[in-house]
Ligand binder design. Structure first.
Ligand SMILES: *Cc1c(COP(=O)(O)O)cnc(C)c1O
Length: 393
């Protein structure tokens, strides 16, 4: 985006990156094509050699995908963005592009389950090791850094306990050791938090969540300075987890409403969190927008709101938590989040079900913990839905 950074996020979300075709369509076109035609042999040769810019094949570039990439880069205040088939393929591509055998990664122990499995379970087979540290414990991050540490990887707020990591402090730590800070910005989106502006080097997204916003498609992205994003792109165009043009088109439509959705969903989450805190059968509420959150001040400094995810502990354990889940008629029992439809999850028996009881206890995932990813329904309807089960425990 050339002069886009002068515009506000709401404007960029509906305007950035649009290129009109010969038909001068108002809405963004969908280029559902795997390859592109050349004028003549010389142009084909020039496109393949890279002497002439332009589309060749949709594993490399596609005009619909390009609009999504430009729009997301503009929203994150970044030079460049490369879109991927899913959030996990964004993280895989980033690690494969920037790390080599012998390199080391420090990540927070609260990162998304598949990220933990990729970094801790799969990458070591290729000689890339990871250490996992407490999300908010700067001293643990510092102690885990080795001479061969290439990346610090953090997701903030964490899922499901909403622990906050200090992005600016981690960026400083990474840079003092010649490493890069990567932030998974899935929970906040650039509307609520811009990690690159706080000193992070790269942002990764699962576009599957809030960027789409309606639970329709998988997608991901790596966003940051052109030199680093180009490295990821070179891996991606060869290895192949590129974003489908159809999904890119759906995601463009998602970005158009991202700002108003994030504002409305986080306002709803704050209202629900306050209500939960007043319920006698609720033991504890985890929400960065509440003054009772241990890192409320840091959250309010680095985020524009508390976000749309609220977790809470009911009095009792698994059976009480399941009573609340099983008496909901409106909230969807699903592990997904970022949807306009509110979702409800019991982490101990779903997303964190494969951990041992000791690992779960160490991670703070209690049997009575529930996670709500607040959507766009009226908050009073969500309250009534949760109140039905809460009254029975
Ligand atoms: C869902 C998620 C991912 C993985 O994204 P997919 O699109 O499912 O591959 C990564 N990070 C976070 C924080 C997520 O919530």
């Amino acid at each position: 985006m050339s002069d886009g950074d002068k515009l506000q996020a709401q404007t960029l979300a509906v305007r950035a990156g649009q290129v009109r075709s010969q038909f001068n369509e108002h809405a963004e076109a969908l280029y559902l094509t795997s390859s592109f035609v050349f004028e003549n042999a010389a142009q084909a040769a020039a496109r393949f050699s890279g002497d002439e810019a332009g589309n060749v094949y949709s594993r490399f570039t596609n005009p619909t995908v390009s609009v999504f990439q430009e729009r997301l880069a503009a929203l994150e205040g970044a030079e460049a963005c490369v879109a991927t088939a899913s959030g996990m393929s964004a993280i895989l591509s980033l690690v494969m592009a920037l790390c080599s055998k012998g390199d080391h990664i420090v990540a927070s122990s609260g990162v998304f389950g598949a990220t933990q499995q990729l970094l801790g379970g799969i990458m070591p087979r290729f000689g890339i090791d990871s250490s996992f540290v407490g999300q908010s414990e700067l001293a643990e991050w510092a102690a885990a850094i080795r001479p061969e540490t290439k990346l610090l990887f953090v997701e903030t707020p964490s899922n499901p306990l909403t622990a906050i990591a200090d992005i600016a402090a981690l960026a400083e730590l990474a840079h003092a050791h010649g490493a890069l800070l990567v932030v998974d910005n899935c929970f906040c989106t650039p509307i609520l938090q811009q990690p690159l502006m706080l000193g992070a080097d790269l942002v990764v997204h699962s576009a599957t969540k809030y960027l789409d916003g309606q639970g329709r498609v998988l997608g991901g992205a790596v966003v940051g300075p052109k030199a680093l994003v180009d490295e990821v792109y070179k891996f991606l165009r060869t290895a192949g987890p590129s974003l489908s043009p159809f999904n890119a088109w759906v995601l463009q439509k998602g970005l158009e409403t991202l700002a108003i959705r994030m504002q409305a969903q986080s306002a709803g989450a704050l209202e629900l969190a306050r209500w939960l805190e007043a319920q006698p059968r609720v033991e504890r509420v985890y929400y960065p927008g509440l003054p009772s959150h241990p890192q409320h001040e840091l959250a309010m400094r680095q985020q524009r709101s508390g976000g749309a995810v609220v977790s809470f502990e009911v009095c009792g354990g698994r059976s009480e938590a399941w009573t609340v889940v099983d008496h909901c008629r409106l909230l969807s029992i699903t592990a997904n989040l970022g949807d306009v439809k509110t979702t409800l999850t019991h982490p101990a028996t779903t997303t964190h079900g494969r951990l041992s009881a000791e690992q779960r206890a160490a991670a703070g995932i209690g049997e009575g913990l529930l996670r709500v990813a607040v959507g766009l329904e009226a908050v009073v309807d969500l309250q009534n839905d949760l109140a039905r089960g809460l009254a029975l425990i």
